[in-house]
Design a protein around this ligand. Sequence first.
Ligand code: SF4
Ligand code: SF4
Length: 435
Amino acid sequence: MPEFLGPVKGFGVTFRQMFRKVDTVQYPEEKHPTAPRFHGRHQLNRWPDGLEKCIGCELCAWACPADAIYVEGADNTEEERYSPGERYGAVYQINYLRCILCGLCVEACPTRALTMTNDYELADNRVGEEFLPQTSVLPHVDAVIIATPPASHALLGLKAIAAGKHVLIEKPLATTTDAAWSLVDAAEAAGVVLMPGHTFEHNAAVHKLRDLVRGGQLGRLFYLDCARLNLGLYQTDVNVILDLAPHDISISNFVLGSRPTTVTAWGSRHVHPEHEDVAYLRLDYADLGVRANIHVSWLDPHKVRRITAVGSKKMVVYNDVADGERIRVYDKSAVPPEEGDGPLSQVAYHLGDVVSPFVAFAEPLAVQDQHFVDCIANGSHPSADGSSGLAVVQVLECAQISLREQRPVALAEVTRRRMAAGPTLDAAFTGTSVG
Ligand code: SF4
Ligand code: SF4
């Protein structure tokens, strides 16, 4: 057959298949009935008085051949009683991506707490059916964690604070300084805990980095260098600075124990038509005489999460994607010639050992969330509070101005602007409608 007839033959196959009767049904409009006694979604049951039957014994988890069940038991108390006996299932999770619907967990349960229903749907494509609006949820909770697109953070946070709820907001706290100020002011007035999701400030490796820098082991700190690179994930509502740099800004502020005075940023749009996908920031900490350089990118072949601290005596590299040895201390330095001692070519180099100190691992997100709960329960002040969230947002706003106007921007500029404008609560949130 001549080569040019190849595509015609291919279309012939397509047309033949197009008019064949299909075996599938239009799900979810036409639901396929399940077989009698089909065992599907699991259900935890209660006694007639409303108390839970589950006693958190974990026997179902032990019996599960797919390792799909996770249970954490806890003690009932007279003040807080969830089940009739001593223990109850405080955490009960089933990973349905693993579950093979064998029913062994139901067999294993000594209290008949667990049964399997006839349902097979685990999710729904109708958002309204699966998620309740924020206003109907708020009366039933003490605290809220907001992990939504950054542009919605301030509005959702203010609604929760207005309802008297403690709030943990994913980074960045807000997308503008005015909005971040509003959150801080509102939380203070309502007497609720406001925490930004600065996960790395709850990371043991970052604590180690801070101790090394502030403990003086590196000598005089020259600079910090941060790189947060990967291929993607492109965001639709913010550029790469707002997406990735909050981590490095919060780490730099935390490690140095200070706030930058001037921010310079430059970036470029390669793939995204509206938002910068590669950017560089320079943060000047004038009070310390130290500079932090930050490189963020959605367009790099390597996943890099690295902070380097360079001092006059030693250097430290914190590599967050290293399997072990996330912190490495390099006994290396460049020693300049004494004044009037000769040309710069006579710089001497000190080359010593590389040491990786032990850093106990604890999941930073879990540590952060536990800290949030502890602050609420004990009435204590969070280590990373609303003002540290605000400090990061101020740097982000300076970076956006610098990007636009191609000049260094002093932090005082955004602080002064806000003070001149006064503490407006809603100017920054026009048009955002979530939940
Ligand atoms: S049905 Fe089987 S696989 Fe699924 S959770 Fe129960 S024991 Fe595990
Ligand atoms: S569901 Fe049953 S087996 Fe599983 S933890 Fe609760 S009481 Fe134990």
